[in-house]
Ligand binder design. Structure first.
Ligand SMILES: Cc1ncc(COP(=O)(O)O)c(C=O)c1O
Length: 498
C-alpha cells in the first residue's frame, strides 16, 4: 500500500475543488512512476478516510481520472491504473534536474546565433525591491475591468466564434478600430485600419518588421548607445548595424546623412521619445530633418514610440509618423507601458503594402494572436478606461519620478550623475568610478535590492558605469526603502574598497 495520506496533499484554501486536486495529484504520481501501472487504488471509502474528505469527493476524482483514461473502474474488483498508458517512465531525478541525454542536442546548433548573449533571469526569491529598466506598475492597471470584459467575451452568445481560428491575421477588428481612433486623438496619426497590424508586443513587431524589410547584410542605422534587444533583433534578421552618436537632442541626424552619402542605408531605428537607455528625446527639428533624409535617400524610419504617453515636461512631440507624407515611416507602439507588459500587445502602423507583407508573415508565426484578449482590451478602450488609466498613471508616475530623483540626489548625490528625464519610466544613472556596478549589483542583491546589469559600452568597448533605473513600478514607500538600501550597499562597497 502506498502512503496516500502523504502523497496527496490537499489545499483547502485553494480555488480548485478538492476532487480536482486529488485527481491531478494522482496523475502526477502516475507520470512520475510513483504509482505503477496496474496498481489497485484504495476504495472510495478508505481513501476518503485517509484524506479527511467525503467519499463523494473521492468518487468524483475517480470519475475524472476514468474520463481522462488514467484508470479503469472494474465492477466488483476495484479501481486500477490503466496498463496501457504510454507516457509512463520511472523518474529517478528530482524535478528540474536534467539527465545527461537532455543536456546537449545531438543535431548541433546554428553557429550564426553565437553573437547573442544568454539571458540569465535573476533569482528574485530574496529580492524585495526591483529597480527595473523602466516598467509600469501593473498593480495600477485596470485588471478587474479587463477580467470582467474577458469573462463577457468568452461567455458571449453573439461572439461564439471568438475562440476559433480567425479569418484575418492583422488582429481583432475592434481593437484595430480603437487603436486607430486613439492614435488620431492622442498623437495626430491619421490612418485607416488597413495601415495597422496587431503584434505580441513591440519586440515581435521589430522581429517581423526587420524580417520583412531586410535582405542579408542590409544596413540599419542605430544610435550609439542604443536598445540592445532591438540591435540583436536587427542582426538576427540579417541586418548590419551602423552606429551614429546620440547626444542630448537624440540621434545625430547630420551623421546619419554622412552615412547615407557613403552607402545604401535600408533603415534607421529610432526611439524618438526617451531613447533607450539615455532617455533623451529627439527634437522636432531633428525629426523633420530625419524625415527629409528618409525621402531623399529612400530608407525606412522604424519609429519605436514605446512610451509616448508618459511625457511630463510638456506635451510630447508629435511622432514622425504623423508628418509622413511619402510612406517612409514604420511606427511601432505598445500597450506594455499603457496597461501591462504581460498582455503582449503592440501594433505597427505602416503603408498598406508593407502591412500586407507583415500580415502574410504573421500567418506563419502566431496566426492571429489572442483574439479574445484583443476584444477584451478593445472594450476597455471603448469604455474610456484606458484613457482614464493613462491620466491617472501619468500623474502617479510624475510624482514617482520626482520623488526618485530627489532621493537619488539627497541620498546618493556625491556618487551619481543623472538628468531628470522629461518622460518615460526610467532614469539614466551614471555611477562614480569608485563604485563598480558589477560589485554594487552583488552588494545590493545581498540587501534584497535588484539593479540591472551594466550592459552598455563606450566607443573603445569599455563598459559604461551606468544603468537605467526604473521608478514607476515602485510606490512611494518602496522607493524610499529601496533607495535607502541602495545607499547602504554603496556605503558598504566604499568601506570595502578602502
Ligand atoms: C526601447 C523599448 N522599446 C520597446 C519596449 C517595449 O517592449 P514590448 O512592447 O515588447 O513589451 C521597451 C521595453 O522596455 C523598450 O525599452
Amino acid at each position: 500500500m502506498l502512503p496516500f495520506k502523504t502523497l496527496i496533499k490537499l489545499d483547502r484554501t485553494a480555488r480548485s475543488p478538492l476532487y480536482i486536486q486529488i485527481a491531478s495529484t494522482i496523475i502526477r504520481q502516475i507520470t512520475a512512476g510513483i504509482i505503477p501501472v496496474g496498481f489497485k487504488l484504495p476504495g472510495g471509502r478508505k481513501l476518503a478516510k485517509l484524506l479527511g474528505v467525503s467519499r463523494r469527493t473521492v468518487m468524483l476524482a475517480y470519475e475524472e481520472l476514468e474520463a481522462q483514461g488514467w484508470i479503469d473502474i472494474k465492477p466488483n474488483q476495484g479501481t486500477f491504473i490503466h496498463t496501457n498508458i504510454p507516457t509512463i517512465q520511472k523518474q529517478s531525478l528530482p524535478i528540474g534536474v536534467l539527465d545527461e541525454a537532455h543536456q546537449e542536442s545531438h543535431f548541433g546548433l546554428n553557429k550564426e546565433l553565437d553573437f547573442l548573449a544568454y539571458y540569465q533571469p535573476p533569482n528574485l526569491k530574496a529580492i524585495q525591491y526591483v529597480f527595473d529598466t523602466g516598467y509600469p506598475d501593473v498593480r495600477l492597471a485596470p485588471l478587474k475591468e479587463l477580467s470582467q470584459n474577458m469573462g463577457g467575451v468568452l461567455m458571449s452568445k453573439r461572439d461564439k466564434k471568438i475562440m476559433n481560428y480567425a479569418a484575418n491575421f492583422n488582429g481583432h477588428i475592434q481593437l484595430r478600430q480603437e487603436i486607430v481612433k486613439y492614435l488620431g486623438e492622442s498623437r495626430g496619426i491619421n490612418i485607416s485600419m488597413e495601415n495597422l497590424i496587431i503584434t505580441r508586443g513591440s519586440l515581435m513587431a521589430f522581429s517581423n518588421i526587420f524580417r520583412v524589410l531586410l535582405a542579408p547584410q542590409d544596413k540599419v542605422i542605430v544610435g550609439d548607445i542604443s536598445f540592445k534587444v532591438a540591435k540583436d533583433i536587427i542582426q538576427i534578421a540579417g541586418g548590419k548595424l551602423i552606429t551614429v552618436p546620440v547626444d542630448e537632442q537624440g540621434m545625430d541626424v547630420e551623421e546619419i546623412e554622412k552615412a547615407c552619402k557613403k552607402q545604401q542605408i535600408r533603415a534607421v531605428f529610432v526611439m524618438p521619445h526617451h531613447h533607450h537607455p539615455t532617455t533623451v528625446s529627439l527634437t522636432a527639428a531633428r525629426r523633420m530633418k530625419l524625415l527629409h533624409l528618409a525621402e531623399k535617400y529612400q530608407f525606412a524610419i522604424v519609429e519605436d514610440d514605446y512610451d509616448y504617453d508618459f511625457h511630463y515636461a510638456s506635451s510630447p512631440i508629435l511622432p514622425m509618423a504623423s508628418s509622413d507624407r511619402l510612406g517612409s515611416v514604420i511606427y511601432v507602439g505598445s500597450l506594455s507601458k499603457i496597461v501591462a507588459p504581460g498582455l503582449r500587445l503592440g501594433f505597427i502602423v505602416a503603408p498598406v503594402d508593407f502591412i500586407n507583407d507583415l500580415s502574410r508573415l504573421s500567418r506563419f508565426l502566431d496566426c492571429h494572436g489572442n483574439t479574445a484578449m484583443e476584444k477584451a482590451i478593445a472594450l476597455l478602450f471603448k469604455e474610456g478606461l484606458i484613457r482614464r488609466h493613462l491620466k491617472k498613471s501619468l500623474k502617479i508616475y510624475r510624482q514617482r519620478r520626482d520623488l526618485f530623483c530627489a532621493l537619488l540626489q539627497k541620498e546618493l548625490g556625491p556618487f551619481v550623475q543623472f538628468t531628470i528625464p522629461e518622460g518615460g519610466l526610467a532614469v539614466w544613472v551614471l555611477f562614480d568610478a569608485k563604485i563598480p556596478l558589477k560589485k554594487l549589483r552583488a552588494s545590493c542583491y545581498k540587501k534584497g535590492v535588484l539593479i540591472s546589469k551594466s550592459i552598455f559600452q563606450d566607443k573603445e568597448g569599455q563598459s559604461l558605469n551606468a544603468i537605467r533605473m526604473g521608478f514607476a513600478s515602485l510606490n512611494e514607500k518602496e522607493l524610499i526603502a529601496g533607495v535607502e538600501l541602495l545607499k547602504k550597499a554603496v556605503l558598504a562597497l566604499l568601506r570595502e574598497e578602502f
